[in-house]
Structure formats: structure tokens, C-alpha cells
Design a binder for this molecule. Structure first.
Ligand code: GLV
Ligand code: GLV
Length: 355
């Protein structure tokens, strides 16, 4: 292979490997056993000759790594993630390194996990599971693990982009919830879907579902029964959920986060969970991964999973393939497909799994 491509982690599937090795690339997959590579580890991988790197969201891709990649003759980097808050895109631009991400292929998988967390929290699935395993079940009782009925309640979506819209649609279609959403952009397709589905329900003699685009985020927090967060993490969304905003939410609301941990002030969240036992959360991401803030692990009203929202086989193989396509495209002189600068995804949200 003419081009040296480094992947900082082994990734699912083999298509991404063949894609590179069949197209003039010599691929080196890091076999280092530790989970998270440091900047120094990655500098050693880049070495003095490297054309492109496929990296992970746990790595800090800033000036140090991009200038090293440039010195090694590199021109491309792809994150194996749609989120790129771990990537300093300006530093990459300064060093002439094209940056790619992997949108589209994880939309439905991530939305399904957010829906799973919504149900798990609303119906207290994990708490009930632990109760069974602890041998505490003594027979059916009217009060045992009573949770929330979603039908007819309002689902609130903050950030109605690809993932937020897919999640909203699942909750509306699956559970006949009404929608309130907040986004700087109008989610036209989502609005059209809810209108059409509402008309369908009405024609069948059922209560129609409704939608509302909120003027402020606070309106969503006040009105919704289940709230899912799907913003991009940047300076404007850091600690979006703070003590003041927690305070205006319904006492029995469900809050779900499968975006990025720092969107929630996690210390404030733990206090809120302690003070409001009927308030429930489903969390896929945390402020200081892999850690949880003190007290969170003890809260029965929290369902916690380790950043697995995109973890379906089809999606992870798709992310790996897209990351490989991103760097290969650059090497071969094409634009990088998933490019945060262009916001022009290679696959769109209607991408369907291969047969
Ligand atoms: C995962 O968190 C991603 O951003 O793809
Ligand atoms: C519950 O199990 C019921 O039969 O109502």
C-alpha cells in the first residue's frame, strides 16, 4: 500500500478494512490494550509518516495531534462518531487536515436507544429487574412498580435534527404521544408527519396527536412529560440542563440524554433526583466519562448505560465504513463525505440496512 492509514481502535466488520487495503492503503490498527489512548499514545502511532487517521470520540484531537499529522505528511482525519466535540475543527483546518464524521448511519439506532431509555425510565424496568433478582417479589400488588403511561402524554424534544426527529417519530407513532419541540430550525418533515398521523388517528375515531414548536426551551421543559435531549455539544449547550431548568420540569417527568454528558449539569441532576423520587432519568452519556458524579449510581430513579446509543451491529459497521470512506475519499482527491464544515452527510436519515 502506498498510503499509511492508522486506526486508533479495532472497529466492527471487515468492509472498512477491505475498502482501505483494496485501494492502495496500508492499514495499521492499534492493538494497545488500554481503553482510552492519550495524546502521547497517538503521537507515537502517527510517527513520522502517516497519511490519515481514523480516531475515536474518547480522544482529544486538537492542535498537537493535527500538527503532528501534518508533519507526518497526513491530510485526513475521521472521527468514528457523528459528534465531534472531541475534535478542534479549526486546528485541523489550520493544519490542512480534512475532518470527517459519521452522520446518518446511526440515526435510527441512537433514536431507538433513547426510546428504550424513555420506556425503561417511565416503566421502571431496571429497578423492577433488580427487585426480581434480589428475590424480593412476593406476589402481584396494586402498587408494585407503578410508572407512567405514555399514551396521550407529551414528548418533548430538544434538538430536532436527524436523531431527535427519528426519536420523536418513534414515540409519537409507537405510543401516540403529542409533540413539543425546541430547535433553532423548523423540523418541517416531523411536523408534517405528526399532522398526517393525527389525521389518520382521527379518521379511525381515535384521539389525534398534536405538535407544537416551542418558542423557548423552557416551554418544552414545563409542558413535556418525557423529554429527550438531542443537541450538538458546544459552548451554547454546555449545562443546558441546569438547576433552574430542572426546577421547572414536572415532578414526574422523564428526562433522557443520549447526546453528550456535559449537556446536563450532572451534580445538579443528582440533587434533583434525590429531592424528587418520582422524577426519572435515562442516561447514556455522562459529564466525566467513564465516571458518574457521586451519588448517581445509588439513585433508583436513574437508568444508566455506558454510551451505547449507536451500538447496533449494522450501525457500528456502517460508522467504520463511513470513517474509512472519509479518509479514503480525501486520499483519492475527493471531498470528505461526512464533513462537519460542509454539513453534507453522505447517507441521509432514511438510510436502510442492507439485506
Ligand atoms: C456517538 O456518541 C457518536 O457521536 O457517534
Ligand atoms: C394484572 O396482571 C391484571 O391482570 O390486571
Amino acid at each position: 500500500g502506498k498510503y499509511r492509514v492508522v486506526s486508533t481502535k479495532s472497529m466492527p466488520g471487515t468492509r472498512w478494512i477491505r475498502l482501505l487495503t483494496d485501494n492502495d492503503c496500508r492499514l495499521e490498527i492499534c492493538t494497545e490494550a488500554k481503553t482510552i489512548l492519550s495524546v502521547d499514545d497517538i503521537l507515537a502511532l502517527i510517527g513520522d509518516r502517516c497519511d490519515a487517521v481514523i480516531g475515536q470520540l474518547t480522544e482529544d484531537w486538537g492542535e498537537v495531534l493535527f500538527s503532528a499529522l501534518k508533519r507526518a505528511g497526513g491530510t485526513a482525519f475521521s472521527n468514528m462518531a457523528v459528534g465531534y466535540n472531541n475534535v478542534d475543527v479549526e486546528a485541523a483546518n489550520r493544519n490542512g487536515i480534512a475532518v470527517g464524521n459519521t452522520p446518518g448511519v446511526l440515526t435510527e439506532t441512537t433514536a431507538e436507544l433513547a426510546a428504550s431509555l424513555s420506556l425503561a425510565a417511565a416503566r421502571r424496568i431496571v429497578e423492577a429487574d433488580q427487585f426480581m433478582r434480589a428475590g424480593l417479589y412476593e406476589g402481584w400488588l396494586p402498587h408494585l412498580f407503578v410508572g407512567n403511561l405514555l399514551k396521550g402524554q407529551t414528548v418533548g424534544v430538544i434538538g430536532a435534527g436527524r436523531i431527535g426527529s427519528a426519536y420523536a417519530r418513534m414515540m409519537i407513532e409507537g405510543f401516540k404521544m403529542n409533540l413539543i419541540y425546541y430547535d433553532l430550525y423548523q423540523a418541517t418533515r416531523l411536523e408534517k408527519f405528526v399532522t398526517a398521523y393525527g389525521q389518520f388517528l382521527k379518521a379511525n375515531g381515535e384521539q389525534p396527536v398534536t405538535w407544537k414548536r416551542a418558542a423557548t426551551m423552557e416551554d418544552v421543559l414545563r409542558e413535556a412529560d418525557v423529554i429527550s435531549l438531542h443537541p450538538v455539544l458546544d459552548k451554547t449547550t454546555y449545562h443546558l440542563i441546569n438547576p433552574e431548568r430542572l426546577a421547572i420540569m414536572k415532578k414526574e417527568a422523564v428526562l433522557v440524554n443520549a447526546s453528550r454528558g456535559p449537556v446536563i449539569d450532572e451534580v445538579a441532576l443528582v440533587e434533583h433526583l434525590k429531592a424528587n423520587p418520582m422524577f426519572r432519568v435515562g442516561l447514556d452519556v455522562f459529564e466525566d466519562e467513564p465516571y458518574m458524579k457521586p451519588g448517581l449510581a445509588d439513585m433508583k430513579n436513574a437508568v444508566v448505560v455506558p454510551h451505547i446509543a449507536s451500538a447496533s451491529k449494522w450501525t457500528r459497521e456502517g460508522m467504520a465504513t463511513l470513517a474509512a470512506l472519509n479518509v479514503l475519499g480525501n486520499i483519492k482527491g475527493y471531498p470528505v463525505w461526512g464533513n462537519p464544515n460542509q454539513v453534507e452527510p453522505f447517507l441521509n436519515e432514511s438510510a436502510t440496512p442492507p439485506p
